[in-house]
Design a binder for this molecule. Structure first.
Ligand code: MRU
Length: 347
């Protein structure tokens, strides 16, 4: 089943509510683009490629919602919807990428209003379908990096839930497992939203891949003591020089991997590579509600004092010098990234 999909019988967008997993599996329906934007902000749907696909279908909903009876008016409503959807989360470039892909596909549209509505949905569906194809290609390349018997550290959730289906970094691990390689995963729990402990562990259970959850601050120990041979992570935006923005904590993992000579591999669809940004310092970093940090409970009580304050930075940037290679659907890219990334991104 796909994480994000269009129901052609009811003309609705449907998404797995990732806030409820692993306890409750619920598929939620969306009828308007503003609710889709809110679902992205609230992380009903999360993970860069899944956000992009949701935004594409959000545009299809916007096209259906619009009362416009001529093409310029409908295009104007679509531009407004794209602005709303784009503002839902700032870091993952797939969001803006998917919205541009939809708008570009209908620029200068010549036809009826109903054909334009259909064209928007068709493009959104193509974005979703392409994501699955791209992820499988990525997995084919990435699995060559995994040896039989490897233990790998994985951060956040980059599996089927973070994409339309299959996944990126977790998809690489899944492919290696399906090829018959014995692979063991140390799952960073990924504070504060616990995408690792909740979502990655849930997916690994279903794939039958052996794993153990570790708290994020244990990763250094496993790397230093030779108990992990590789790190695989996703990315929300990769700059032209190979700096990689990903879930907060990725940078510390990369530092520890580098210090111990353990290969560190971001796994990224080329839709996540933003060649317009020269380096990672230009990537907008989301800061979320401190309540996500302060809400942690122990023995049924909030851990922090009642009036505690907190910061909640959602992503960090790993400098390219700590990255061994970047796995894309068009091959594995090694340094120098400034020149080599350009060659795998097709415009
Ligand atoms: O805040 P999230 O859960 O949306 O963050 C997700 C990540 O950081 C993933 O690693 C990234 O989107 C790549 S997923 C294929």
């Amino acid at each position: 089943m796909r994480t994000v999909f269009w129901d052609y019988e009811t003309n609705e967008l449907k998404m797995i509510d990732q806030r409820l997993l692993p306890g409750v599996f619920e598929v939620v329906s969306y009828h308007d683009h503003r609710s889709v934007a809110k679902a992205i902000t609230d992380m009903v749907v999360r993970g860069a490629p899944a956000i992009g696909a949701a935004a594409g279908f959000g545009m299809a909903l916007a096209a259906l919602e619009s009362r416009a009876d001529n093409i310029p008016a409908l295009l104007s409503d679509l531009r407004s919807a794209a602005r709303t959807l784009k503002s839902a989360r700032p870091t993952a470039v797939n969001l803006a990428w998917a919205l541009s892909r939809v708008m570009d596909s209908v620029a200068g549209f010549d036809g009826s209003v109903s054909n334009l509505r259909a064209a928007v949905l068709e493009q959104a569906q193509r974005i979703a379908d392409d994501d699955v194809i791209v992820n499988r290609r990525i997995a084919g390349h990435g699995a060559t990096l995994i040896n039989d018997g490897d233990t790998v550290i994985h951060h956040c959730n980059t599996g089927a839930l973070a994409t339309v289906d299959w996944g990126t970094a977790l998809g690489v691990i899944r492919m290696a497992h399906e090829q018959g390689k014995r692979v063991h995963v140390l799952v960073d729990e990924t504070r504060p939203r616990l995408q690792g402990a909740r979502l990655t562990a849930w997916e690994l259970e279903q794939y039958g891949i052996p794993y153990e959850i570790i708290s994020d601050n244990m990763a250094g120990h496993f790397l230093k003591t030779g108990q992990a041979q590789k790190c695989f992570v996703g990315s929300d935006r990769t700059a032209a020089n190979g700096d990689v923005a990903n879930k907060v904590g990725t940078y510390m993992l990369a530092l520890a991997a580098y210090d111990n000579g353990v290969p560190f591999y971001p796994v990224v669809p080329t839709s996540t590579i933003d060649l317009s940004l020269a380096h990672g310092g230009l990537i907008p970093i989301e800061e979320r509600d401190p309540g996500e940090v302060l809400g942690l409970q122990f023995n049924g009580e909030q851990v922090a004092p009642k009036n505690a304050r907190a910061r909640n930075i959602a992503f960090d940037v790993t400098p390219a010098r700590l990255v061994t290679a970047i796995v894309t659907e068009n091959g594995i890219v090694y340094p120098p990234f400034e020149t080599n990334l350009k060659q795998v991104v097709k415009n």
